[in-house]
Design a protein around this ligand. Sequence first.
Ligand SMILES: N[C@@H](CCC(=O)N[C@@H](CS)C(=O)NCC(=O)O)C(=O)O
Length: 98
Amino acid sequence: MSVVLYHHPFSRAAGVVWMLEELGIPYELRFVDIMQGGQKAAELLSLNPMGKLPILVDGDAVVTESAAIGLYLADRARRDGQGSELAVQAFSGGLGRP
Ligand SMILES: N[C@@H](CCC(=O)N[C@@H](CS)C(=O)NCC(=O)O)C(=O)O
């Protein structure tokens, strides 16, 4: 089963997309219109009661909070020999900064 990311392009989900791409993890994007309150829909509140994006679903695992998602993906990728420095780069001060 592929990773699903509930996403809006102008949200912290952007850093998660970057990390998924860098790690080469296949994923499905599900657009959520946060301008229209889509993040408060019952289906999404059942995944994240905080009513916020991003939300990552990986099989039975549901991960929220962008930094936590970054660390989760780093742990997932470690099997393939990649480290957690990508999570630090993505979520500690902005994209592209070490
Ligand atoms: N600390 C959270 C912040 C989540 C957050 O504030 N997400 C925003 C988009 S960047 C959101 O969903 N806003 C809609 C709302 O608060 O209703 C994280 O890093 O994931």
